[in-house]
Design a protein around this ligand. Sequence first.
Ligand SMILES: *Cc1c(COP(=O)(O)O)cnc(C)c1O
Length: 403
Amino acid sequence: MTQEWEAGRLDSDLEGVGFDTLAVRAGQQRTPEGEHGEPLFFTSSYVFRTAADAAARFAGEVPGNVYSRYTNPTVRTFEQRIAALEGAEQAVATASGMSAILATVMSLCGAGDHVLVSRSVFGATVSLFEKYLKRFGVQVDYVPLADLDAWAAAFKPNTRLLFVESPSNPLAELVDIRALADLAHAKDAWLMVDNCFCTPVLQQPLALGADIVIHSATKYIDGQGRCLGGVVAGRSEQMKEVVGFLRTAGPTLSPFNAWVFLKGLETLRLRMQAHCASAQALAEWLETQPGIERVHYAGLASHPQHELARRQQKGFGAVLSFEVAGGKDAAWRFIDATRLISITANLGDTKTTITHPATTTHGRLSPEERANAGIRDSLIRVAVGLEEVEDLKADLARGLQAL
Ligand SMILES: *Cc1c(COP(=O)(O)O)cnc(C)c1O
């Protein structure tokens, strides 16, 4: 016999509960089958009871699903759970992290608007602005992430949006999000934060004053290297525009991927704590090793923004980078000597990855652009996974021996 569930019953029971409870339960709606796990609605379309019902749903006069490019119950659960964890009024899921950025800029900016972008953002984000959005009349300028005076000086009368990643990849630089949000609001602009590296476990940009948060759910939210997805979160008035763009243009999230991400969210805090603990141990150990010239990790007292990181984040993340003596050849020898760690540019996986930014993720930049961004040929990035930290140390020691 099936048990009847009141729609929304669990939602109303979540008033005032903590982050971990929301990560496991927010947004779940049970079907009359009474399933305990989140149901996967693997359907492209929905049936209507009558022709009149179809007409009313198409016209938006009665609520209900029409087509999965518009709404899907599994995707909705993921959106509601992310909104709860980021402290947002509403969240909207997208097919990838890049389509989260695309959808936000396409729906909130138009020709003649000016966007300020941190110099240290994901490579494809720069290409999106440079190769495509500029073609449609969006003006873009780049600002050094940590330099608040440079941000203040870069505003124009038509500046509408500021876009940052904090901490940055691969050098782990930060910006004071609250101070930057204040600057943006004084000029009637919005601050948008790519929170991919921290996840809401370590940092909640909206609580610090930012207006919009985006994620590549492909990274820590899945956390196990299985599928691509993204999400945008913010105020309902803005998200309504983002939803409008996604319904029309189509880069919406697959319900299967939404279901995988829901499972990822349930263990996100436990995984982030383990990722951070191992990254801290490795950063401290690397800093003492001969052949290592510098370690970039905000959890180290030697990091110039260590105090800001302590104030702004609940942990320091799991991406660290370091410079080896001897330039590119030495960096490649180091990477090639590892046996356990995967040579790949991905991050946010259970499996630790190692990459040479100057010839991979940042390889398309000119040598001068790389120098400006502080990406030296001697730099190696490690995204720390969940293996035994002693095994990771032993593997990095193979790299050290090859220098
Ligand atoms: C990977 C990544 C993206 C792009 O996400 P996809 O899911 O690969 O489209 C955007 N921002 C950051 C910081 C990323 O690491």
